[in-house]
Design a protein around this ligand. Sequence first.
Ligand SMILES: Cc1cc2nc3c(=O)[nH]c(=O)nc-3n(C[C@H](O)[C@H](O)[C@H](O)COP(=O)(O)OP(=O)(O)OC[C@H]3O[C@@H](n4cnc5c(N)ncnc54)[C@H](O)[C@@H]3O)c2cc1C
Length: 385
Amino acid sequence: MSQGIQFDSVQMPEETEEMRRTVRDFLAAEIAAGNFEADGFGMTTHSPEFSQRCGRAGFIGMTWPTTYGGQERSFLERFVVTEEMLAVGAPVWAHWVADRQSGPVLIRYAKDEVRQDVLPRIVAGECYFCIGMSEPDSGSDLFSLRSTAKPVEGGWRVNGRKIWTSNAHRSHYMIALLRTSPATSENRRYGLTQFLIAMDSPGITIRPIRNLTGAHDFNEVTLDDVFVPDSHLIGEVDMASSQATNELAYERSGPERFLETLAVLKALIRVAGKNPDKRLSEGIGRLVAQLSTLRQMSVSVAGMLSAGKVPQVEAALVKDLGTNWEQSLPGEARNLVTNDSVDQEAFEAFEAILEQAILIAPKLTIQGGTREILRGIIARGLGLR
Ligand SMILES: Cc1cc2nc3c(=O)[nH]c(=O)nc-3n(C[C@H](O)[C@H](O)[C@H](O)COP(=O)(O)OP(=O)(O)OC[C@H]3O[C@@H](n4cnc5c(N)ncnc54)[C@H](O)[C@@H]3O)c2cc1C
């Protein structure tokens, strides 16, 4: 049955503009101090020092309850901080996953002793998380996963293998999705449970997998008789499928879904100079108009989340359109510029940015749910399947 697709018209309230000024001042001071190079690819730059400064400035866990170190600010204020960070390529990766999705999962489902212990450290920018969902034979179809957690005295014994685990080697914790019972013939989603696993637990082996750029971001993580205490059970035993799906909704709707390689558009505008020809002006105008539309849609999703709605289909639509737009951006930009029509030094800088973006682009439509899976969700939302 069709749920319909509804993007509410959302206006940014006054407090978000105040927050924008605050975060812009913070970022300008960071750039002036030489703490990071502006207009790079900050979403894949891991800087604990930067994350700790963000923590001190109050930019992590902004929407969380004050009991756990948060500020109970709105999703829209958080949206503004996120988009300003990404717009200048700030090195946000260390705290990214914990801030965006692991913290909210702990707030909703973890035991209070775990919340009290872990959340304030996330807010301080000192505690980093990785996502233990994918396995060698389970990616899109998470419900087929086979790594297990078996009850033992005082907790659980975990065995199995996770793959594509971003930042496992730099994280303090993983939120792992594990099989605690077999699926049933009536419900193949049954039998999965989420656990908080300390990454320094005995029995964990982390092996690097290099990506297309040659960087070590991904890993294969082997869990060999790892003991997880009962207190680290997250939510209900065997019933994690909806928890994990909710977690993915946090992952899908943010401005990172069209701003990860914004450096390309900025480099294009720089290389175009003050008097671009008609074709170049039109091309840039088209890209900016598309970006602006994506942003409006993403603001709308953030506004709906703020209002307590669950805009899963709309979030999937933003991710699908946003990641496809970003994936085509290097090619679009390259087609607009010919090296005899622009300043040569600016052209070389533009080419260097393009080179990196072309290597980053293929992953954009895979991470956080592939293009085909998202289109399946959208089709269901439209009542087409
Ligand atoms: C940069 C990056 C970072 C990642 N980080 C993490 C991480 O930190 N933690 C983590 O757990 N995972 C992570 N992943 C893994 C990611 O979630 C999976 O790669 C993704 O879910 C796809 O799973 P798969 O690779 O097993 O491909 P498969 O699921 O095997 O899919 C292969 C192809 O088949 C298509 N397909 C599959 N099922 C269907 C269907 N029902 N209908 C139509 N087409 C279908 C897919 O779209 C895809 O094109 C990361 C991936 C990337 C690229």
